[in-house]
Design a binder for this molecule. Structure first.
Ligand code: ZN
Length: 264
């Protein structure tokens, strides 16, 4: 007997878009900053009955590989080591390998507006960009700090769909308001055709450790909210057939299926 699953998701892909070289304290509150960690930068892609849905857009490699841009956007802003984006991490290259172009993607979900999530938003002027109202208000008025590159997302011709709170984007694609890392951070609960559910945590907590041991992210806009979001995602993952799916965890990524492999 087959299980009947109410989801529009057919396949779920992990795009590995590079690595950030970060002191442990960036991800783990109070962590020892002598420990330097290579943290994966991921975007996700869901093939659904109503088309492709992209979650986050990776990091813009041009700002890393062009020395003048790297100085302006990274070194001068306090980054001691540049992110690593190799040829195999190419955002466009991974889409091409799946046989699609940015134009084929009509919905882009942004977890939040830090630069390792907004890199290729510029390729999606044709799409609907779904973000929390609180995040865009914050991100458009934040000074040029370590985390945000306002030039990534300040195009006047982007089509925003601003939401407040949880939102069912499609059957099996539930966006979850999880503020705290930033004011409008959101996560997602994906139901696969198998009935398995992936709890996409994005930056609510970078590592599995943040959830297992309930440790705050290194920085937050609101510690109380950040802890509540960690607990919420942890309890969702404790439900049957549900798994935490962290974005920046350097151990988890080594066992994840990477595109063109997929979850179903
Ligand atoms: Zn972040």
């Amino acid at each position: 007997m087959s299980m009947i699953t109410n989801t529009s998701v057919k396949r779920f892909y992990v795009l590995l878009c590079g690595f950030e070289i970060l002191p442990r304290g960036i991800s783990v509150r109070g962590g020892d900053n002598r420990i330097i960690i290579a943290e994966p930068i991921c975007a996700y892609l869901a093939d659904t009955d109503s088309g492709w849905i992209l979650f986050d857009t990776g990091i813009d490699a041009a700002r890393i590989h062009d020395p003048a841009l790297a100085k302006e956007y990274y070194t001068d802003r306090g980054w001691t080591t540049l992110p690593v984006v190799g040829p195999s991490h190419s955002f466009i290259g991974q889409l091409e390998e799946l046989g699609i172009q940015p134009e084929d993607i009509k919905h882009v979900v942004l977890s939040h507006m830090h630069a390792d999530h907004t890199g290729y938003l510029k390729l999606f002027r044709h799409a609907t960009i779904i973000a929390q109202q609180a995040e865009i208000e914050y991100a458009l008025h934040t000074p040029p700090l370590l985390g945000n590159i306002i030039e990534d997302y300040s195009f006047p011709d982007l089509h925003w769909q601003l939401i407040e709170g949880d939102y069912e984007l499609a059957p099996g694609v539930l966006l979850l308001s999880t503020p705290g890392h930033t004011p409008g951070h959101q996560s997602a609960l994906i139901t696969l055709p198998s009935g398995e559910r992936l709890v996409l945590t994005f930056d609510a907590g970078d590592f599995l450790e943040n959830f297992e041991q309930e440790i705050l992210p290194g920085s937050s806009s609101d510690d109380e909210q950040a802890l509540a979001s960690i607990l919420r995602l942890k309890s969702l993952a404790a439900e049957p057939s549900s798994t935490l799916f962290p974005l920046h965890d350097p151990n988890f990524i080594q066992t994840a299926k990477l595109a063109p492999q997929y979850y179903e």
